[in-house]
Design a protein around this ligand. Structure first.
Ligand code: ARG
Length: 470
């Protein structure tokens, strides 16, 4: 029999008699995409090698050689000077093989007391943690853009909508700060998700832990994990943290998609509430007059693929017995794509909001139609003693009369208003005025000038204080 080692150079090739079928190699490899984990993989390996040396599990000088070798490999990869090999399957074995080629047999000691199962779980957690920091910063930038819109256009009144029908007048700043709140919750959600991401599985080995006297606290500390995992079997197979992260991304995209939808409406000639910067729009190849909101349209469209990633991973995980199964390799492409999509959507939206110009005149004009102060008139009657249901009826009739005459409430003369109900006096005139309506909504969280100013100040203070990292 020929030496099987000649047929297969796999790191796991010892017990194999035949080389891997080409088709199988292509089917099972992950290095074409998991090479993105190279820096996390090297970081984890350095921490592991240092611990092995300090605990006397491998010689200190081997530990040093390994660490220096890994640092050199990191530099090579970053310089584009590393050749990734598909037949070495994944990022972990590519780096381990390069290490042995570089430093000789000492490289073969790195994988002592470790398995790719706890290694990949560690790398992936480090990766998600880095992405959380990155996405949190983008969210912060977007929040600042909303603050700046709210601050610059303080006092501008626009129609507020329910059912996409004009409802009541609101401050443009109030509308902008509503988005601040959505993205605030998204940042809080990521912070909460981080608690469960930030747990170190290293030391769980293949599934059962290890017989070597390792120091798990030491590696966890070097890698800045908050705690070490409690159960080796769970630790190598758990991807809940990735699911939670994908859910956080899905909610961010849902918020961005709602914002996009609103911008698309606002930019249409029917609304004309905002002018999107030319730099963020595109034209039509056939209709010369067109300026299209492609950026928000694409953000809205890309939301689907992020939801898809969440669904895909949920489905991948649902049938898995303990512990590691190769199915888990499917976690990466979905998460990479979802994180990239969310990051680029956030970046482009932040730029758009920073440069968006509201047509404040047009918004104000638009508050003059649609009976925006009908509720205020009903409330006026209630405050004078009429039960709300009766007041609602009186105002409803008045609106119907106005519609018949092609008039708005505020266009009625006082003598006409007076006839609506005996409780109506001269002070009604400021009640049916949009400015008066906004000014009267003084309750906390309302659209009055004072509560909106307060909300703006609270938002700014929160931005200064919030840290995603504990
Ligand atoms: N590429 C693999 C993954 O992403 C690494 C872990 C492989 N472990 C194993 N026992 N085959 O899941």
């Amino acid at each position: 029999m020929k030496n099987p080692k000649k047929k297969t150079a796999k790191l796991w090739g010892g017990r194999f008699q035949q080389p891997t079928e080409k088709l199988v190699e292509d089917f099972t490899e992950s290095v074409s995409y998991d090479r993105r984990l190279y820096s996390q993989d090297i970081r984890g390996s350095i921490a592991h090698a240092r611990m092995l040396g300090q605990k006397g599990i491998i010689a200190q000088k081997d530990s040093q050689l390994i660490i220096e070798g890994l640092k050199k490999i990191l530099r090579d990869i970053e310089a584009g000077d590393f050749s990734w090999k598909k037949d070495l399957e994944d990022v972990h074995m590519n780096i381990e093989k390069a290490l042995t080629d570089l430093i000789g047999p000492a490289g073969g000691r790195l994988h002592t007391a470790r398995s790719r199962n706890d290694q990949v779980a560690t790398d992936f957690r480090l990766y998600v943690r880095d992405e959380i920091f990155k996405i949190d910063q983008l969210l912060e930038r977007l929040q600042k853009a909303f603050i700046s819109q709210a601050e610059t256009h303080m006092g501008v009144i626009m129609p507020g909508f329910t059912h996409l029908q004009k409802a009541q007048p609101v401050l443009y700043s109030h509308h902008m700060l509503a988005y601040f709140e959505m993205f605030r919750r998204d940042r809080q959600r990521l912070k909460d998700c981080l608690k469960r991401v930030n747990v170190c599985p290293l030391g769980s080995a293949a599934l059962a832990g290890t017989s070597y006297p390792i120091d798990r606290e030491m590696t966890a500390k070097e890698l800045e994990f908050e705690q070490v995992s409690e159960n080796s079997m769970d630790a190598v197979s758990d991807r809940d943290f990735a699911l939670e992260f994908l859910f956080c991304l899905s909610v961010i995209m849902m918020h961005l998609s709602r914002l996009s939808e609103e911008l698309i409406l606002w930019m249409s000639s029917e609304f004309s509430f905002v002018e999107l910067p030319d730099a963020y729009c595109t034209g039509s190849s056939i209709m010369p007059q067109k300026k299209n909101p492609d950026v928000p349209e694409l953000v809205r469209g890309k939301t689907g693929r992020v939801y898809g990633s969440l669904m895909a991973l949920l489905t991948t995980l649902k049938g898995l017995p303990l512990t590691y199964n190769r199915d888990l390799q499917e976690d990466k492409e979905q998460l990479f794509d979802a994180a990239d999509t969310t990051s680029s959507s956030l970046a482009v939206m932040a730029g758009l909001i920073e440069n968006m110009r509201p047509d404040t005149k047009r918004m104000a004009q638009d508050t003059e139609t649609g009976f925006l102060t009908a509720t205020d008139l009903a409330d006026y009657l209630v405050k004078k003693g009429l039960p709300f249901r009766q007041a609602h009826e009186v105002v409803g009739k008045a609106v119907a009369d106005c519609i018949a005459e092609g008039k708005e409430l505020h266009q009625l003369e006082f003598h006409q208003l007076e006839k609506l109900h005996p409780l109506i006096e001269r002070d009604v005139l400021e009640i049916i005025d949009v400015e008066g309506s906004v000014a009267s909504r003084r309750c906390k969280g309302g659209t009055g000038h004072k509560p909106v100013k307060d909300a703006l100040n609270n938002a700014k203070r929160w931005l200064k204080e919030f840290k995603v990292y504990p």
